[in-house]
Ligand binder design. Structure first.
Ligand code: FCB
Length: 388
């Protein structure tokens, strides 16, 4: 049976600046890559999308997709505190205009994991004026957002709280935590920054404003109900509650994990696991959508990330088809879902690793040649028909 998606559904693919641009010399991830030589991969030239963004967007538009989610890089726009680069703002404005020219709806993320080095040196999100500094950057970013209709303030604040929480633990002389946990204090600082930035974006632009939350589709093991409640609150729900006044909320889903009395159960080794080591769970997206709805209420949902790290493109198609069937089931139950944005348009720098390939398009990292995979045409056709 063919099922239809709602009219004006956003059909897209996503990237993030640091994962595709190359030579983001002034952010904390680049700094980490230099410190951890030999332990993690470096981003280097990445995919040179800083220069090749038109080609990336053209591939996306040609396939039938209508939306491109990308991020703008704070460290480029504000290389020193309070010093804003007109040239870099101009660069991102040109990206937005290119999207319009190609008939694409841009979904612009203002912050996707990376920070200017100076921001970290001042204490990062725990500095007293962190929210103010973020808002000052956001005000500048708004000067290039004319006609943009969708803006995400902060990508996966819960993952930011986890990564920075781990860094905090290590700075205190402890090893990298075996079970990383989103640091609730950093989480609260991020919520404050989001709550300060969202009204500014709303005032200065015509965009709908929201943030995008990593959703782990947790399931409870019988007897572990209390632990489940504790984990879900600090991993997800505090960030979703903070989205109740937003114009939309982004759902980002890849896999699902059980919670037992000790907490989050690591993914067991399984030949079916993805290249991230995550359990193959295309059904996680529907669980994530339903959980988000239960916590945020009627705020419209956009699936801002969903995808799979695999070398087998047929498996990507299979995974995505099942995830989309879950989206349709949720829609049929009346959940207001405005779009599906796949992670990722391109095989890219997966935060310290190059081997987990999430892309609908492969990229030769020496010649930067882009080669669309069959999954791009497959998803583009569903987008064109708006049904499956
Ligand atoms: C999410 C990130 C994104 C990408 C995917 C695989 O946590 O937002 O940048 O790394 O996971």
């Amino acid at each position: 049976m063919t099922r239809h998606f709602p009219d004006s559904f956003l059909w897209g693919a996503a990237t993030a600046a640091h994962q595709v641009e190359g030579n983001n010399l002034n952010n904390d991830w680049w700094q980490l890559e230099q410190l951890a030589v030999g332990y993690i991969d470096a981003s280097g030239d990445a995919l040179d999308s800083y220069h090749r963004y038109r080609e990336d967007m053209q591939l996306l538009a040609d396939s039938g997709l209508n939306t491109y989610r990308f991020s703008i890089e704070w460290a480029r726009i504000e290389p020193l505190p309070g010093q804003f680069s007109r040239a870099e703002l101009g660069h991102y404005r040109r990206m937005i205009e290119t999207a319009f020219e190609l008939g694409l709806t841009p979904v612009v993320t203002l912050h996707h994991f990376t920070h200017p080095i100076w921001f970290g040196e001042r204490g990062g999100w725990l500095a007293e004026d962190a929210a103010e500094l973020f808002v000052r950057y956001v005000q500048q970013a708004c000067t290039i957002l004319d006609d943009v209709k969708w803006v995400c303030t902060i990508n996966e604040p819960n993952v930011v709280a986890m990564n920075h929480g781990a860094a905090r633990i290590m700075a205190a002389g402890h090893p990298y935590p075996s079970t990383p946990w989103p640091d609730p204090e950093i989480g609260r600082a991020l919520i404050a920054a989001h709550k300060a930035a969202a009204p500014v974006v709303r005032e200065l632009t015509d965009a709908r404003v929201g943030w995008t939350v990593a959703n782990q589709a947790f399931t409870v093991t019988p007897g572990a109900e209390d632990k489940f409640a504790e984990v879900v609150e600090e991993w997800e729900d505090m960030y979703l509650v903070a989205a109740r006044e937003d114009d939309f909320v982004g759902v980002q889903s890849y896999t699902s994990q059980p919670i037992d009395k000790d907490g989050v159960v690591p993914h067991p080794e399984n030949p079916n696991n993805t290249l991230m080591g995550w359990a193959y769970r295309p059904d996680a997206l529907e669980t994530a959508i339903r959980h988000t709805r239960a916590i945020v209420g009627d705020v419209p949902i956009v699936v801002t990330e969903n995808g799979i790290a695999t070398n087998d493109d047929e498996r990507r198609i299979e995974y995505t088809a099942e995830a989309l069937a879950g989206v349709l089931d949720a829609l049929e139950d009346g959940i207001d879902i405005r779009g599906y944005i796949h992670w990722s348009l391109l095989d890219n720098f997966e935060w310290g690793r190059w081997h987990p390939t999430f892309g609908l398009v492969a990229v030769d990292r020496e010649t930067f040649e882009r080669t669309p995979k069959p999954s791009l045409a497959w998803l583009g056709e569903i987008a064109r028909d708006n049904r499956m």
